[in-house]
Design a protein around this ligand. Sequence first.
Ligand code: DHB
Ligand code: FE
Length: 286
Amino acid sequence: MARIGASVYTSHVPAIGAAMDLGKTHEPYWQKVFSGYEFSRQWMKQHVPDVIFLVYNDHATSFSLEVIPTFAIGTAAEFAVADEGWGPRPVPKVIGHPELASHIAQSVIQDDFDLTIVNKMDVDHGLTVPLSLLFGPVDAWPCRVIPFAVNVVQYPVPSGRRCFMLGQAIRRAIESFDEPLNVQVWGTGGMSHQLQGPRAGLINKAWDNRFLDRLIADPAGLAQVPHIEYVREAGSEGIELVMWLIARGAMSDVAAGAGATPPKVAHRFYHVPASNTAVGHLILEN
Ligand code: DHB
Ligand code: FE
């Protein structure tokens, strides 16, 4: 059977991708950001999975405001790279895993979560920046990736509670796939940031770090936090953090229930600023 070895969490700031693509990573400003991923790139070399189930949000790149799926699973064989702002990044195309993705869709939908099945979609910085941060510049991504897009752009967006429950259903789905695949579940986006309006530039270090503490040790409690708290405390784009609860819900201690030992924290990093965003990053091992 397939199993989930670890979960990885990271912000997805587009300027981080541009810094890599334009050769600026050694500038002092960016060095402080990338230093937090040096351990992670070594760790990834030892822990390359067969498949990454990558939870991210599309930024009106693949889904316009005409069609807005709440949860969309990419079932295609491959996904082209596209973006807003700086345009498509010069990074490899993403190779999917249609068999596992279809199995997850089957299992999760039968488990009462309504997913949109997407047989063709482009992926933007929400997906490619986390891959670049963890793998560095590469000619081909070292594993397959199932893109899982969550609407955190246009309200109403899903609650943290629903995301956490969905993560648990995704775990059941992965563990019932009849091939010995090593899978990682990644939760991306965040941390605190607001790109628009009078509060543009908002960062909340104390709230972010408490989010990291609770994500590790009290995810079920954290899942009860309502939208309004994310928006008030972490800014309008801080709501991207609900996606981290999908990955956290897929960890084995959640399946084991109350009293289970929390996952091993292989790495934790927090830094301000990167563009308009606080960068947070965790690696949790099952
Ligand atoms: C920035 C952050 C985001 O999450 C995003 O999608 C676009 C821009 C920023 O910090 O500039
Ligand atoms: Fe974003």
